[in-house]
Design a protein around this ligand. Structure first.
Ligand code: VG1
Ligand code: CO
Length: 542
């Protein structure tokens, strides 16, 4: 019989997980009972925890360590036999997925608000991953949310804190806390997938790279793998020590926030290759010398070159991409004669396809790429796959992408984010778009083939997800897509995605903002962005 203490509590409003877990300001999470209620709601929703093992860790942001101590005691109070926690409380999202699968734990809890800033006045987040290793599907997150609205008590154990910095096993009540090396299992998996000898030879031949860990969780992983196992020169990894406030940065690997890296790759004497990862290590940005690879193109290029990597030498079963992601990957799938699936935004929708062996590679336009090796998107994995491809092809990044466009055509693509806009205005804008019937109408030089609000029926389990983004598709295949972010903590963020297929190689060099200017204007007008939000320009363009 587990010794536990029952604490009375009352529900908090708004503990509804978004695109990727529950994200709120740190101060919200610091309210007595707030974190505890959500954790108890998880434990109440996932079945009998008695005797089970839980994986636990986070991206190292402010409140990570305190939250881990709270969760450890609650896990003991709820009957878990063991919690595997990353040393120092560190565990990247893809490494958590790796560990859950390898040790067949009863899922895991990941503490992260991903790319959102960290610090006492910034963001914190928590999500539960299921035993298959992936983010909880909607049925589970809805059950957790429903439980948070009813909750009246939680269970904990009255014991002292555990030293998270020393590897080893420690008793906590009747439970064992196993502090483990968060890098080792992940690094071992990467060595199974990629040709480390070829990549080592690439670096030995003078190939130069910069990896920007953005003071977030991938620092220790990148140092161990790139500078350690692959013998890249010391200093290849920038901003490699996880800091609680990410050095006052915004750990979002894009052209705006990864400015140190962008300066290096677009400056004089630029290295051959640049990459960055986000707060929790699941996203990646890929740069060549003076060249930016859009995430949608990165997915397509990796798919087209996958068989150069030992882990994918047998070829791909299929590709999956989120709806707003460009159709560049679809063209590769068509050429390979394999299916391409279109899912709603958020990695949780890829899980069933990966489990069923229908998809091998998955990607999102938001700098997320991954495969069936884990059930999360995986930043360093994408970087290593690029390195493997570069080592085999011995060509610059820009040349590989240009050759890809010449072969398949270019899906010219851009995303415009309007951040921290008024929530009511954002909801009104989406309602306005949902109410439009544009079929057959001309907008500028484009004729609308159809417009709808994307709905998805999971081909494996039949679950249905509606209201996943308004799309206006033109009869030449061009499209504009609108959705509201489900990861923010302040106001609303409107995302506008714009895509046009360009088969003519003579046009491939054009800046997407120029090539897409007409479509961007049409999108702003039809959605009444300026009138409804007061914004004349987006906050971030990727
Ligand atoms: C964003 C991205 C989405 C991604 C999600 C979680 O969601 O658009 O593609 O899966 O973040 O990524 P939204 O709802 O804000 O558009 V992460 O790296 O925050 O775990
Ligand atoms: Co992330």
């Amino acid at each position: 019989m587990t010794a536990f203490t029952t604490i009375q509590t009352r529900p908090f409003d708004g503990q509804k997980p978004g695109t990727s877990g529950l994200r709120k300001k740190v101060r919200v999470f610091q309210q007595p009972g707030y974190l505890e209620n959500f954790v108890q709601a998880i434990f109440d929703s996932i079945g009998d925890c008695t005797g089970k093992t839980l994986a636990l860790g986070g991206d190292g942001r402010f409140f990570n360590r305190e939250a881990i101590q709270i969760i450890l005691k609650m896990a003991a109070g709820n009957g878990f036999a063991r919690v595997m926690v990353g040393q120092g409380g560190i565990l990247s999202t893809p490494a958590a997925s790796c560990v859950i699968r390898k040790y067949q734990t009863f899922g895991g809890i990941i503490l992260s608000a991903s790319h959102n800033p960290g610090g006492a006045d910034e963001d914190f987040g928590i999500k539960y991953n299921i035993p298959a290793g992936g983010p909880a599907p909607e049925a589970v997150t809805e059950a957790i949310y429903a439980r948070t609205q009813q909750i009246d008590k939680y269970r904990t154990t009255q014991v002292g804190d555990v030293d998270l910095d020393q590897l080893g096993e420690y008793p906590l009540g009747d439970m064992v806390v196993q502090v483990f090396d968060p890098v080792a299992d992940y690094a071992a998996l990467m060595q199974e997938l990629f040709d480390f000898d070829a990549i080592r030879a690439l670096f030995a031949g003078g190939f130069r790279m910069k990896f920007d860990a953005m003071h977030a969780v991938t620092g220790p992983y990148a140092k161990a793998i790139l500078e350690g196992l692959l013998a890249a020169p010391a200093g290849t990894v920038m901003n490699g020590t996880p800091l609680e406030d990410f050095g006052h940065g915004h750990p979002d690997p894009n052209l705006v926030h990864a400015h140190d890296l962008v300066e290096a790759l677009f400056g004089a004497d630029a290295p051959d290759f640049g990459a960055a990862s986000d707060g929790d290590g699941d996203r990646n940005m890929i740069l060549g010398r003076g060249f930016y690879v859009t995430p949608s193109d990165s997915l397509a290029v990796l798919a087209a070159n996958a068989t150069l990597c030992p882990g994918y030498a047998k070829g791909l079963a299929g590709i999956a991409r989120s709806m707003p992601t460009s159709a560049a990957a679809d063209r590769v799938a068509a050429a390979l004669g394999i299916p391409c699936y279109e899912t709603p935004t958020g990695w949780k929708f890829f899980g069933t396809l990966l489990d069923a062996g229908k998809a091998t590679l998955c990607g999102e336009e938001s700098f997320g790429t991954g495969s069936d090796h884990v059930r999360e998107k995986d930043g360093l994995w994408a970087v290593l796959m690029w390195l493997n491809v570069l080592a085999k092809r011995q060509q610059p990044v820009a040349e590989i992408v240009r050759e890809h466009w010449a072969k398949y055509g270019r899906n010219v693509y851009s995303r415009h984010d309007y951040e921290a806009i008024d929530s009511a205005a954002a909801n009104g804008l989406m309602e306005h778009l949902r109410g439009l019937d544009l079929k057959g109408q001309s907008l500028g030089a484009y004729k609308v083939a159809f417009n709808d609000d994307f709905a998805y029926t999971d081909p494996v389990d039949g679950s249905i997800s509606t209201k996943q983004g308004v799309r206006i598709v033109f009869d030449d295949g061009s499209r504009v897509v609108f959705r509201l972010s489900g990861t923010g903590t302040e106001g609303a963020t409107l995302r506008l995605y714009v895509e046009q297929f360009q088969p003519d190689p003579a046009q491939h060099h054009l800046d997407p903002q120029v090539a897409l200017a007409d479509l961007i204007k049409i999108a702003r007008d039809v959605a009444q962005i300026e009138a409804r939000t007061g914004r004349t320009e987006p906050t971030v363009i990727t």
